[in-house]
Every structure is written in C-alpha cells, then in structure tokens.
Design a protein. Structure first.
Length: 556
C-alpha cells in the first residue's frame, strides 16, 4: 500500500497524489492501482476518476458525500491498492511516416541532437512507450519516456495549426495530436490511424496504461492507409422542423448538462455555461431539467417558426423580440407558424437559453446532446448553428407553459463574490498569493470563451518555477501561468493541465463568472473544503423551492 497525499479540487474533486515532480512509472502504477481499487468497489458518491502522471482525480457528488467521507473512501481504497498487481496494458503498434511533409521538424530535431534523421527514427521506433495519461485534447496520449539522446525542448512559439494524427516529441514525452489544433511539440511524423473518432462505437484508440510501439512506414504506405480528411458531420435533417435558423448569431450551440464519464480520455463534460439557467428554462415548459436547449451569446440568433410550437427563454437578457415586439424572460410563450424570434440590445449576462418542448431533437452522442466544437461532437454536426439549420422539438406540445416571478429568477450578471477552495497547488506560489486573490478585484478580459476565462487583476507571484506535471482539472479551476494573471477553466476546458492551480471556484458559482460582463467586478472568498458543499445544497434547495405560475397569472 502506498499512501497518497490528498488535496481538494474545489467542492467536487479530490486529487490523490503520489511521487514528486518527475515522470515515474512507479508513481503512475500507484495511480492506476488506486483507480482499480476505487472502480472495483466504487463508492456511490464517486462519479468518475481521471488518472494522470502521478495523481488520480476523483470526481464526486458533494450532495452525496462530505469532504471527510470522500477522503475516508479514498484512503480505504488506498489500503487495498497494490501497484505490483496492476496488469500490463495492451501493446498497440502505430504506423508512422517520418519526416518530409508528415514530420516537418525531423531535420531540426536531428540537427539539435547531433543525430542523423535515420537515427532519430530508429530511437523513436526502437522501444515501447508507456501511456501515462490522456489529456489536452480528446484521445491525446502522453507517452514516455524518450531516450535522453532524443530529448528536445518545445517550440519557443507554438504552431497555431498542427495537423491531426501528427506524431510529436517534447522533453521526455511523445504524443499524437488526435485532431487539428494548436501545439508546441516537435512534429516528426504522422500516423494514418485515427486515435480519436467520435463516429466509432469506441472513439478512443488508447487508454492510460497501454503500451505503444511506433512502426516506420513509407510515404506511399501512409497515403494508402490514411483516411480521407475529416469532414464535419452534417446536422440532422428534419422533414418537419419547428424552427429554421435565419441567422446563427455569434455563438449558438445545442447544450444540455454535458457528458460526464470521459474525462480520463481527455474529453471534457461540456454542457451549459450556466447550468442553473438551463434547468430553470426547461422547467418552464415542463421539460426534464437536463433537456437539450439552445445556448447563445450576443449577438443572438434569428429564428423563424415553421410550425406551431412553444418556447421558453432564460439566462442573459438580450432584449428578446417576437415579430419585433419585446417579450419577457423566464416565461413560456406559444409561437405560430411564421413568427420571427430575434434579439436587441444586451442588458445583462453573457449566455442565454431557449428551450423547446421536450428538448432540441438532435442525436445522443456518448450519452449527451451537448456540442463540443473542438471534438466535432454533439449538437448540430459538432458546430455552431448557421443559416439554414432546421431544428425540431422532441415533443409536439409542451408538458406545461409556466412563468417565474422575476424576484425568484436566477441572478444573472452583476458584480459577484465567488467562493473558492484554496489549492491544490497553492504551495507553488509566494506566501501572500492566495491573499492577493481573495483581496483583489478582477474583471473578465476579452479572452473569454467556453474553454476558459482569462481575468485581469492583481497578479499572483509563483514561488517556484519548477514545472508541474499535468494533472486533472475541473471547470472553475483557477490556473496561473508564469505571468501571474489567472485563467479559469470553463465547461469546454481541458481535463488536465500543467499550470499550478491556486484555487477552484465552487461548482454553483462558476455560472456567476460565466455570466459576468467585462465591466463587472469579480471578487473571491475562500471557504473551507468541508464547508464548500453548502453551495451545492443551497442551489438544490432553491430549485426544489421554485413556485411557477401560468403566464396569464404572471401578466395580471
């Protein structure tokens, strides 16, 4: 038994850490052994586990377990874990065409290491690599360790576009970019295999613990084996749509509460930026709280009703208009064929929601209808809505048409105080860094999207410049790069990261940040890990206490 160090990750995560700041097969075996022990006898409160180089992230439901209970459950599993009995992973051979257009950095790597290009290829194909973890992007494997003679630094300036299936190296590690993305690793080849394909029943080729051996193939063999270039899937076509998109708006997607259970493969949960607003908007039509709805920011979409249906609007106030006339938020409305829904001046908040009876009817993908654009997954072809898209409701008529008194609606926008649990890497910062966070006033920068919100405010100085091995993260995690300005992970953010995290916003407060505009002030308040679950309880109590009324009553 190897006893882990336990660190909080907000109100819904616990990090069990082994070893030090170095890549170690022994530490990774302890991580996998603990995961096996937890999965064999999974506590009811545990939702998923995410193995990384030297730590295991345990994601749990704070409504079902207090911090002390999840700590006890993990330590109990650690007593049963035996790293010496962890089974050897699968051996998977991966063909790779090295150099030329497939590996544009091969010659530079050879020059920097003093090796010939053939020597670089021989070293890269001459051993098995251990898959320590998946992260950064869906299916991206972090593998090692490279022979010392083959180690080179990352690019000083990362590429904005790395072709999907590129084989790369950096430091002690080698990896494969599953899809086109930015990246700073050295590209030495490309494989014809798709290591991530959302259209497959099993989208991910690799898992933590697997072993990989690269096999050199010729450019001609690559061309024979390579798949056609990835093309975004077409959105579902409906013969009888309820709404047609006349204008897609800046960023309109289909979202529900997301797809948990795939973080260990590098696939984030995604889902609504403001889950509470989505839940309440759905309730106005009698929908399940997790039904798929449209999420949009300003400027919003312009939609034309092609059949009699109903809608409900919630979240941000973008001055909704029906046939040019103002309509209220937090109230269900009937639409007639030919009605036009649009939006005017933004007043409050950043993300709005539009629900339809039964939810937006798009296919389930990995258990969710949520759109995750970087992975071309879910919603309307894994992308934003665009002109001509045809949307159908899952039901012809709503189960209810309700309104919510304005004083009972969720708080949207405005200055906000966000509760945080300090850690898990607060020791990487100078002594007063956490105090700078909780005493400072911050604002959302222009660099804010569904992946992350960069904040402007008092910087937090690092006390050590040692590199942190990537470990698990959740939405709300406050990462701090070397510049000292915080970046908050949002629903589409990565599942693992290498920047130290000074604190994590408790789950129910992440939506408050998501709805904050750039002119509004954000403050942070530290709360004890054991007390943080109170935020989740308060939100559940609020939802249970909502008393709706008919729209006619609301108008009286």
């Amino acid at each position: 038994m190897v006893r882990p160090r336990l660190r909080p990750l907000g109100d819904a995560g616990l990090v069990a850490e082994f070893g030090g700041d170095e890549i170690s097969e022994e530490a990774n075996a302890a991580v996998r052994a603990l995961r096996d022990a937890l999965e064999t006898r999974r506590p009811p409160c545990v939702l998923e586990t995410v193995p990384t180089y030297r730590s295991l992230l345990i994601v749990y439901d704070p409504l079902r377990a207090a911090a002390a209970e999840i700590r006890a459950a993990v330590l109990d599993a650690a007593e049963r874990a035996d790293p010496s009995r962890v089974p050897q992973g699968r051996l998977i051979e991966i063909p790779c065409a090295y150099g030329g257009p497939h590996g544009p950095d091969l010659a530079t790597v050879a020059a920097e290491t003093g090796l010939g290009e053939s020597d670089v290829i021989a070293l890269h194909t001459g051993q098995e690599f251990h898959v320590y973890m998946l992260g950064f992007a869906p299916g991206f494997p972090y593998m090692g360790v490279l022979p010392p003679r083959l180690r080179v630094a990352r690019l000083a300036s990362p590429r904005t576009r790395v072709p999907g299936r590129s084989v790369a190296i950096a430091g002690q590690q080698t990896g494969i970019y599953p899809t086109e993305s930015p990246g700073g690793w050295r590209l030495i080849g490309r494989t014809p295999l798709r290591i991530y394909d959302p259209a497959r029943p099993t989208p991910f080729l690799l898992d933590a613990g697997d072993r990989v051996r690269f096999v050199s193939i010729s450019p001609a063999d690559y061309e024979r084996q390579a798949p056609g270039e990835e093309v975004a899937s077409s959105p579902p076509s409906s013969a009888s749509p309820d709404l047609v998109v006349e204008q897609g708006g800046l960023f309109t997607t289909v979202q529900d509460l997301g797809r948990p259970g795939y973080r260990r493969f590098g696939l984030p949960q995604s889902g609504a930026m403001d889950p509470l607003a989505l839940r309440v908007t759905n309730l106005l039509l009698g929908n399940p709280q997790d039904a798929a709805a449209l999420e949009f920011t300003f400027p919003g979409p312009r939609l034309v009703a092609t059949a009699r249906t109903s809608i409900a609007l919630g979240g941000a106030d973008f001055s909704p208009l029906l046939n040019g006339q103002p309509i209220p938020l937090w109230t269900a409305l009937a639409l007639r064929e030919g009605d036009i829904l649009g939006f005017g001046t933004p007043r409050r908040g950043q993300w709005g929601y539009l629900a339809v009876p039964g939810g937006v009817n798009v296919p389930l993908m990995l258990g969710s209808r949520a759109t995750y654009i970087p992975g071309a997954l879910g919603g309307c072809g894994g992308r934003r809505l665009q002109r001509g898209d045809r949307l159908s409701a899952s039901k012809r008529s709503p189960a209810a048409q309700l309104g919510l008194p304005a004083q009972r609606a969720p708080v949207i926008g405005g200055d906000c105080d966000l509760r945080v649990v300090v850690g898990p890497q607060d020791e990487y910062f100078v002594e007063d860094a956490a105090r700078a966070l909780t005493n400072g006033h911050y604002h959302v920068s222009p660099e804010a999207d569904r992946v992350g919100y960069r904040l402007n405010g008092p910087p937090m100085a690092r006390g050590t410049q040692s590199e942190l091995l990537s470990d698990g993260i959740l939405p709300g995690a406050i990462q701090v790069p070397s510049g000292g300005q915080p970046i908050v992970i949002m629903p589409d953010g990565p599942t693992t990261g290498g920047y130290p995290k000074i604190a994590v916003i408790v789950g129910p407060d992440v939506r408050r940040l998501a709805q904050a505009r750039r002119i509004e002030t954000i403050r942070f308040q530290a709360v004890d890990w054991d007390d943080a679950r109170g935020a989740v309880r308060d939100e559940a109590t609020y939802l249970a206490s909502l008393a709706f009324e008919s729209p006619d009553d609301a108008a009286c």
